[in-house]
Design a protein around this ligand. Structure first.
Ligand code: DBV
Length: 246
C-alpha cells in the first residue's frame, strides 16, 4: 500500500507542466533511506524518499515520502518561495498511521495577521475550502502556537475511511496546488524595502517547523538521531543552512 504515491506523481507532473523546473540538490545520503522495524518474524521496511526542485520564483519545492506498509504512510510536501516574493508556503502533511489518517493542506501565510495579505492569498481559496469542508470536516484539537502559521482556508481533517483520502483529499490536494500555482504565476518581485520582513517571516516559519517537526520521533526511531537532525536541518527545513552557505 502506497497511498500517497499518486499524490506525489500528480504534483511532479503538474509542476513540470506549469513551471520551468531546475534541479535542487539533495544532500548525499538523504535521497533514499531504509530501515527494518518490528520483530524478525514480522519485519516491516520503512523507506523515506526525498524529492526536490526549484524554479525562478520558488526557492525549494520538496517532498518527503515515507512508505512503511500498514505501519506508516506519509507525504510531507512543502513549497518555499524565494525571499523576494510575498507568496505563502504551500504545505501538505498527509499522514496515515495504524490509528487513522491525518490531513493538513494549506497555503501557509507569511503575514497571517494582515487583512491585506488575507485578502490576497486566503480569500481566493475560501470557496474551494468550503467545498471540501462538507466531506472533510475540521479535524479538531490543534496546537495553539501553530495557529499563526495557518490561513483561514486551512484544510485540517481526520478522515475515517481510506476511500475519502483517495477521493476527496486527492481532489482537494489537486485544487489547492492549482490555486497555488495561479498565485505563483501572478506573483511579482517585491520592493527591496519589503525583503527584510519577508526574510524574517521565512525564518519564523522555518524555525517553528524544524523545532516542532511532528515526525522527529518517528524518524529517530527508524533512522537514529544523527540522521534525523541532519535531515531536518539539512534538507526538510534548510533555509538557515542555505543562507549561511551563500
Ligand atoms: N510532518 C512534517 C514533516 C513530516 C511530518 C516534515 C516528513 O512536518 C509527518 C514528515 N505529521 C507527520 C507525522 C505526524 C504528523 C502530525 C508522522 C504524526 C505524529 C504522530 O502522531 O506521531 C500539521 N502534522 C501532525 C499534526 C499536526 C500536523 C497538527 C498532529 C500532531 C501534533 O499535534 O503535533 N503540518 C503540521 C504542522 C505544520 C504543518 C504543525 C505547520 C506549522 O504544516
Amino acid at each position: 500500500m502506497t497511498l500517497y504515491q499518486p499524490f506525489l506523481d500528480y504534483a511532479i507532473a503538474t509542476l513540470n507542466e506549469r513551471l520551468d523546473l531546475q534541479p535542487y540538490p539533495i544532500p548525499a545520503g538523504f535521497e533514499q533511506k531504509e530501515a527494518s522495524v518490528g520483530s524478525k518474524t514480522r519485519a516491516q521496511t520503512v523507506t523515506t524518499t526525498s524529492y526536490a526542485v526549484c524554479s525562478k520564483k520558488l526557492r525549494q519545492i520538496r517532498a518527503a515520502h515515507v512508505q512503511g506498509g500498514g505501519l506508516v504512510q506519509v507525504l510531507n510536501f512543502v513549497i518555499f518561495p524565494r525571499l523576494d516574493y510575498d507568496l505563502p508556503f504551500f504545505g501538505a502533511d498527509l499522514v496515515t498511521l495504524p490509528g487513522g489518517h491525518l490531513i493538513a493542506i494549506d497555503m501557509q501565510p507569511l503575514f497571517g495577521d494582515r487583512d491585506s495579505y488575507r485578502a490576497k492569498y486566503a480569500d481566493p481559496v475560501m470557496e474551494t475550502f468550503k467545498k471540501y469542508q462538507v466531506n472533510l470536516p475540521w479535524g479538531g484539537d490543534f496546537p495553539e502556537e501553530a495557529k499563526a502559521f495557518f490561513s483561514p482556508a486551512f484544510l485540517w481533517t481526520r478522515p475515517k475511511e481510506t476511500e475519502a483520502v483517495e477521493t476527496h483529499v486527492f481532489d482537494a490536494f489537486k485544487d489547492y496546488l492549482a490555486l497555488y500555482l495561479d498565485f505563483v504565476d501572478a506573483a511579482e518581485k517585491m520592493q527591496t524595502t519589503e525583503h527584510s520582513e519577508i526574510h524574517a517571516a521565512h525564518l519564523r516559519y522555518l524555525r517553528y517547523r524544524a523545532e516542532k517537526d511532528p515526525a522527529r520521533g518517528m524518524f529517530k526511531r527508524f533512522y537514529g538521531e544523527e540522521w534525523t537532525e541532519e535531515y531536518i536541518h539539512g534538507f526538510l527545513f534548510d533555509l538557515e543552512r542555505q543562507l549561511a552557505a551563500a
